[in-house]
Design a protein around this ligand. Structure first.
Ligand code: GDP
Length: 428
């Protein structure tokens, strides 16, 4: 077992309780020296008692997790004291006086990884959950944490191993050329792996939206009702509403959560030519927002549609539906009566994010790159499998296998592992 590490596992500041966690050799013995319970410690049982921090005492709880059935796979003890900075610090200090060492960032999770309790992508999923800014990010993080991606990677690796075994069998008997059936079997397997990889890679755009939000540009002529719509969607007065055309000179923004996904709404300045310098700047920024948008909400009027970037979905809105009911729109909306707001939210989710992405979990660039490298190598192998001798494409298959191994951590190097765990906080 490793040396004893200790850290405050909860965030600092005033709170009901705080948790000081120790992991490694002597965790229970150390806890016993500072906790009032005299009897035996059953694993996974919370005991109430007095925590002796040396400088002061607190009434709290203590729980012991016996190796290997703990988060880190080592002996772990948690001391639950009252919250607030000083109490937790004092309890931590006491564990250090009794021989524990201050844990480094992510060291608990790193140990869990090194002890085989979770894969690298699961550890990263946990990190996503902890740093999440939307429910969708928590959901995606949990899928990673529950080893969904590592399992998929391992299944694909198994398929590649099968291919390699077939090639190897061929290489062992070079005089018997790999027959057409065997080649076809390899090809079928490889193309299956390739399809699975492509399907996974296609999730990445949704993953980016889960992580950073779906960018929405509200576009329309001055006075079309953009600021009012932004406020109505957000449910509070974020933008200044005025009936003087051109008053929305800057970008008014707000975050709207739909089904757990964050939508970053930008109310662009009215798109019109103007001599006013400030307004011109507003128009320039509006154009940038439109270029960068994942989905455009266009408040339609009599004028023809502006030049929207090709490929960006557009939701056509008939605004001020309480005053006039415009034809040819996806949805009629009134910021005054609230008509159509729910339908607009549903359309934003469908066109800006996509129901098919409800279970997307490919959020991390590292995972994306690993899958992309694997996919490229499989494509190379597929090109060669028909015509080239086995030893040539076997190399591509091996490369794909290695790339997939980076997801679980099997083939990840030390510096990548360091980088991943350094992103965690101390105590996780
Ligand atoms: P923007 O320039 O596109 O941002 O437009 P505003 O949101 O500032 O709205 C311009 C004017 O239209 C204001 O006087 C609003 O009160 C009015 N307005 C906006 N939305 C509605 C609506 O749904 N119904 C009605 N009756 N008036 C609206």
């Amino acid at each position: 077992m490793n040396d004893l590490i200790s850290a405050i596992a909860t965030a600092s500041g005033a709170a009901g309780i705080a948790v000081v966690r120790m992991s490694g050799e002597g965790a229970l013995e150390t806890a016993k020296k500072m906790f009032s319970r005299r009897g035996e410690f059953q694993p996974n049982v919370m005991y109430p008692g007095v925590i002796d921090a040396g400088a002061f005492r607190d009434y709290g709880m203590c729980v012991y997790f016996r190796a290997p059935r703990s988060f880190t796979g080592e002996d772990v003890v948690e001391l639950h004291c009252h919250g607030g900075t000083e109490i937790a610090r004092g309890v931590l200090r006491r564990t250090l006086q009794l021989g524990a060492r201050m844990a480094e960032r992510g060291e608990f999770t790193r140990r869990a990884y090194l002890n085989g309790k979770l894969s690298l992508s699961a550890a990263e999923g946990l990190g996503e959950m902890i740093s999440a800014s939307s429910e969708a990010q928590v959901r995606a993080g949990y899928l990673l944490y529950s080893e969904k991606l590592t399992r998929l990677g391992t299944q694909l690796q198994a398929q590649l191993t099968e291919c390699l075994a077939q090639v190897d069998a061929d290489l062992d008997y070079p005089e018997e050329d790999l027959d057409a059936d065997a080649r076809e079997a390899i090809e079928t397997r490889l193309s299956h792996v390739g399809q699975r990889l492509s399907a996974l890679l296609a999730q990445y755009s949704a993953g980016r939206k889960i992580k950073s939000g779906v960018r929405v540009a509200l576009v329309g002529a001055p006075n079309a009702g953009k600021s009012s719509l932004l406020n109505a969607l957000l449910g509070y007065d974020r933008a200044i509403v005025s009936d003087v055309p051109g008053t929305t000179r800057d970008l008014n923004e707000g975050v709207l959560e739909i089904c757990g996904v964050n939508f970053l709404l930008t109310d662009t300045a009215g798109l019109r030519e103007s001599a006013d310098k400030v307004e011109q700047e507003g128009v320039r920024r509006a154009k940038d927002a439109i270029r960068g948008a994942d989905v455009i909400v266009w408040l339609r009027d009599e004028a023809p549609a502006p030049d929207f970037p090709a490929g960006t979905p557009v939701i056509t809105v008939g605004a001020k539906s309480d005053l006039a009911r415009r034809g040819g729109c996806d949805v009629l909306v009134s910021s005054v009566t609230g008509e159509g707001l729910d339908d607009l939210r549903a359309l934003l989710y469908e066109r800006g994010f996509g129901r098919e992405n409800d279970d997307a979990f490919l959020l991390s660039e590292r995972h994306y790159r690993a899958l992309l490298a694997a996919s490229d190598a499989v494509k190379e192998a597929l090109r060669a499998v028909k015509t080239e001798p086995g030893e040539l494409y076997a190399e591509d298959v091996r490369r794909a296998w290695e790339a997939l191994g980076a997801i679980s951590g099997e083939t990840a190097n030390e510096s990548i592992i360091d980088e991943i765990f350094s992103r965690f906080c101390v105590g996780k």
